[in-house]
Design a protein around this ligand. Structure first.
Ligand code: OAD
Length: 252
């Protein structure tokens, strides 16, 4: 962590940039939901990928090989996400969208917590675990109609149901990719919040913005491959830094 003085200075610099912005892009990752009790992926002890093998659980081949195992695991994660509450970081991002209506929020998260905090127009690059779809028809099945007593769950027509998320080995949704690329190419500030910045294309967006001379800000208690390249690094949890930043930029 920065010491307190460095942190305050960084908040002031970030607030100055944000105050003038009309089209900021906020890109979020699992870290923004950590303070809501949702595990991140790459934390060396508590991260999901420290405990589970993504190739066994989050790959399209894994679902095809063992749909029971994969849907049980996603149902466990679904319940965690459904029961979680948005935290101060999510709420501050929603507040920023109200203060600066041109703000575009792009997330790699599948937990729906930005929407629960009041964010609108969220671009979900990796889908949502709160939606499940039929692998036969592609139709989204309302969650309360899914028979989670048996695994893998099936639709009334007998098709296997799966979470509407992006697995390894799958393409990202083209509309979300297009919307994100368009927002990044038009943004006047780029913020990366709570992501390790190692998974593409999300990790490349900051570089795209920076190459146009757009100011870049990172919020993360740990350094990432992006840290040395951003204009302002806020070394803190999003639950503290985002409310501090919005308050400093726009007042209470
Ligand atoms: P990671 O687990 O890779 O990174 C989470 C980041 O959040 C780390 O850099 C942490 O330091 C940081 N962090 C932890 N607590 C934080 C807090 N309170 N506030 C802010 N930051 C905090 O998660 P992602 O970057 O989201 O994809 O991972 C990207 C993708 O990789 C995920 O969407 C997932 C994963 O494999 C798929 O499953 C397809």
């Amino acid at each position: 962590m920065n010491d307190e003085h460095e942190y305050q200075e960084a908040i002031e610099r970030a607030a100055e940039v944000l105050r003038d912005a009309q089209r900021p892009v906020i890109m979020t990752g699992a870290g923004v939901s950590a303070e809501s009790g949702i595990a991140t992926f790459r934390d060396p002890e508590e991260g999901l990928w420290a405990k589970y093998d993504p190739m066994e659980l989050a790959h399209i081949d894994a679902f095809e090989r063992d749909p029971e195992l994969v849907t049980r695991w996603y149902h466990w994660r679904f319940r965690k996400c459904k029961d979680a509450e948005p935290n101060a970081g999510h709420r501050a991002i929603a507040e920023l969208q109200r203060r600066v209506p041109g703000t575009v929020l792009v997330t790699q998260n599948i937990d729906g917590l930005h929407q629960a905090a009041g964010s609108e127009g969220v671009i979900e690059l990796h889908g949502s675990i709160l939606r499940w779809r039929c692998t036969d028809t592609g139709a989204i099945v309302p969650i309360e109609q899914i028979p989670f007593e048996e695994f893998p769950p099936r639709s009334i027509t007998g098709g296997l149901l799966r979470p509407d998320v992006v697995w390894f080995g799958e393409m990202l949704p083209p509309e979300a990719l297009e919307a994100a690329a368009e927002a990044v190419s038009a943004c006047d500030v780029f913020m990366s919040v709570g992501t390790s910045s190692v998974v593409y294309p999300a990790a490349g967006y900051a570089e795209m913005a920076a190459s146009r001379g757009v100011p870049t800000i990172e919020v993360n208690p740990e350094p990432t491959p992006l840290t040395a390249r951003v204009d302002v690094s806020l070394r803190s949890g999003a639950g503290r830094a985002m409310p501090d930043l919005v308050r400093m930029a726009f007042g209470n």
